[in-house]
Design a protein around this ligand. Structure first.
Ligand code: CDP
Length: 207
C-alpha cells in the first residue's frame, strides 16, 4: 500500500503522514528532508543554491543517514530547499531513491509536493492537505518557538507565501493537486481531527 501526501508549506502533512504510517504499520518518508539536506550540503560545500550543478552534486552525494538531523527543520533551510528544489537536475537525482523507498515492503506513506503527480502516480491513495496561509504560518510559528527559534509570525507568513509561490510556479514538478487526489482542508481541524478525517478518506479510497 502506498499513500501519497502532498500539500503546501506547513500544511501539517508531515505530522499526518507519520501518524498514518504508524496506524497502518507502513514506513514513512518525508521528502522535504531530502531537499532540505541538499540545500544544507550545497551551502556547506560553499556552493550557490541557484547553481544547478553544485546542488545536483550535493544531491548525488547525499547521506540519507543525516535526514533525521533536527537542524534540517530550521526556518532558513525550508526557504533554501525550495531554491534547490527548482532544479530539474536535483529532482532527477532524488527520484530513484524515493521510488525505491515507495516500492519497499510493507508499503509506505510519502509526503512532499510531487508525490501523487510525479514520484508515485500509481499510489493507492492520494491526499492533498491544505490550510489557509495564516493558519499554516501560525502552526509553524508555534513549532519554531518550541524549538527556541526567535522569529516573528509575520516573517513566517511571508516565508510561507514566498515558498508556496516558488513551489507552484516552477517548471519542474510544481506543487499541484493530482487529478485523483482527495483534498483535506485542515484549517479548522486540530491534529487529532485531521488524522481521523484522513483515515476516513483513506478507508473510503481503499474501498
Ligand atoms: O515542512 P514544510 O512544508 O515547510 O517543507 P518541506 O516539506 O520540508 O519542504 C521544503 C521545500 O522542499 C519545499 O518548499 C519544496 O520547495 C521542496 N520540496 C519539493 O520540491 N518536493 C518535495 N517532494 C518535497 C519538498
Amino acid at each position: 500500500m502506498i499513500v501519497a501526501i502532498d500539500g503546501p508549506a506547513a500544511s501539517g502533512k508531515g505530522t499526518l503522514a507519520k501518524r498514518i504510517a504508524a496506524h497502518y504499520g507502513l514506513r514513512h518518508l518525508d521528502t522535504g528532508s531530502l531537499y532540505r539536506a541538499v540545500a544544507r550540503d550545497t551551502l556547506a560545500d560553499g556552493g550557490d543554491l541557484t547553481d544547478a550543478s553544485a546542488a545536483a552534486l550535493a544531491a548525488s552525494r547525499l547521506d540519507v543517514a543525516t535526514l533525521s538531523d533536527p537542524a534540517l527543520r530550521g526556518a532558513g533551510l525550508g526557504e533554501a530547499a525550495s531554491v534547490v528544489a527548482r532544479h530539474p537536475e536535483v529532482r532527477a537525482v532524488l527520484l530513484e531513491y524515493q521510488r525505491t523507498f515507495a516500492r519497499g515492503e510493507p508499503g509506505a506513506v510519502i509526503d512532499g509536493r510531487d508525490i501523487g503527480t510525479v514520484i508515485c502516480p500509481d499510489a493507492d491513495v492520494k491526499l492533498f492537505i491544505t490550510a489557509t496561509p495564516e493558519e499554516r504560518a501560525h502552526r509553524r510559528f508555534l513549532e519554531l518557538m518550541q524549538n527556541g527559534t526567535k522569529i516573528k509570525e509575520s516573517e513566517v507568513l511571508a516565508d510561507i507565501r514566498a515558498r508556496d509561490e516558488r513551489d507552484r510556479t516552477r517548471g519542474a514538478s510544481p506543487l499541484r493537486q493530482a487529478d485523483d487526489a482527495v483534498l483535506l482542508d485542515t484549517t479548522n481541524l486540530d491534529i487529532d481531527a485531521a488524522f481521523r478525517a484522513a483515515i476516513d478518506l483513506i478507508e473510503v479510497a481503499m474501498g
